[in-house]
Design a protein around this ligand. Structure first.
Ligand SMILES: Nc1ncnc2c1ncn2[C@@H]1O[C@H](COP(=O)(O)OP(=O)(O)OP(=O)(O)O)[C@@H](O)[C@H]1O
Ligand SMILES: [Mg+2]
Length: 313
């Protein structure tokens, strides 16, 4: 096994809150990321994902625990670590006054790269981000997806071995997300280590080799998307709707069908190995759902199982 490029051991970040005990945004996270791996932090709003990414990116100091990035302690080697990482923050912080190409060029100069190299890199990265025809467009004239691609391109200017992506596709439409996933997949194929946060289970399933499910600053589960689903959910899920005011009332009559029944405000989930068979049993009991749907279990189900809450609130 090659040495990990990131090691976090009992990582803690406490924020001071006036008149109250310190708030633990990150409460003892331990994880390792192997070179070339695509590692995810999946969790709802406020889980501590960005806080963790900022500590890994050496822009926020940890309260306690151990952290090593490329073998270096960010407390002592912040500038060196920052120069070797690529960072895509949750909020785009491109320079709105500059055009797309200038944003890349200036960022390269900021890293101390010679002007000639920056010009060459800017062109390469515009091609990679499929933004060649927007090279001269001001940032404000770019769509949300284009801005995100430009931010990723900018993060690659120093040929980082690790790219940190905080919610790379939040707020984008499905098509823009797929374009981004394709670009990230290419980086992964080239051997770049990706660390990404998301609260989209499909994104985690698409991009992550391995992930941790985080809630309230703690790790709830860890594994590959497939192993997490196997471990924490059934093979299939039957979703039935009886109408918002009737779901609660009907739920007890579904008892014993499948492995587990979960009542959400808008639907009932029946976890079962065979969803169609579960549906047959439902109808045999004389119940007629307004709609029914059988699907494979997903990470969303894992999260619901582990926390009793839905990922997207
Ligand atoms: N500078 C700060 N001072 C005090 N509390 C903070 C600070 N930054 C974050 N927090 C709190 O820490 C918790 C974790 O925040 P964080 O931004 O890491 O969550 P997140 O998982 O990235 O959420 P989201 O999905 O909404 O981006 C939240 O409760 C947040 O309010
Ligand atoms: Mg965040």
């Amino acid at each position: 096994m090659p040495a990990p490029v990131i090691t976090a051991d009992n990582l803690v970040k406490a924020y001071k809150v006036k008149g109250k005990p310190d708030f633990l945004a990150v409460d003892g996270l331990s994880f390792e990321v192997a070179p070339g791996e695509s590692f995810g932090l999946l969790g709802p709003n406020g889980a501590g994902k960005s806080t963790t990414m900022k500590m890994v990116g050496a822009v926020s100091t940890r309260t306690s625990g151990d952290l090593s990035i490329l073998g270096l302690d960010p407390d002592r080697y912040g500038p060196e670590i920052r120069s070797r990482l690529g960072v895509v923050p949750q909020q785009d912080n491109l320079d709105g006054e500059l055009n797309a190409r200038e944003n890349l060029y200036i960022y390269g100069r900021y890293f101390g790269l010679p002007g000639k190299v920056c010009h060459q890199k800017a062109d390469e990265l515009l091609a990679f981000a499929q933004l060649e025809d927007k090279a001269k467009s001001k940032v404000e004239q770019l769509s949300g997806g284009m801005k995100r691609r430009l931010t990723i391109a900018r993060g690659l200017i120093n040929d980082p071995r690790i790219l940190l992506l905080d919610e790379p596709t939040t707020g984008l439409d499905p098509q823009a997300r797929h374009v981004l996933w394709d670009r990230l997949f290419r980086l992964k194929e080239r051997g770049t280590t990706l660390v990404l946060t998301t609260h989209y289970m499909d994104e985690a399933e698409q991009l992550c080799d391995r992930l941790i499910v985080v809630d309230k600053g703690r790790i709830m589960a860890e594994g590959t998307p497939a192993s997490l689903i196997r471990e924490h959910s059934s093979r299939e899920v039957l979703e039935v709707r009886f109408g918002s005011d009737r779901n609660e009332q009907v739920a007890p009559q579904l008892e014993g069908i499948g492995d587990r029944v979960e009542v959400l405000p808008d639907r009932i989930l029946v976890y079962a190995n065979d969803g169609e068979a579960a549906l047959e049993t439902v109808t045999h009991r004389g119940l007629t759902p307004i709609t029914s749907l059988v699907r494979r279990s997903s990470l969303e189900d894992v999260f619901l199982r582990l926390t009793g809450r839905s990922l997207i609130e």
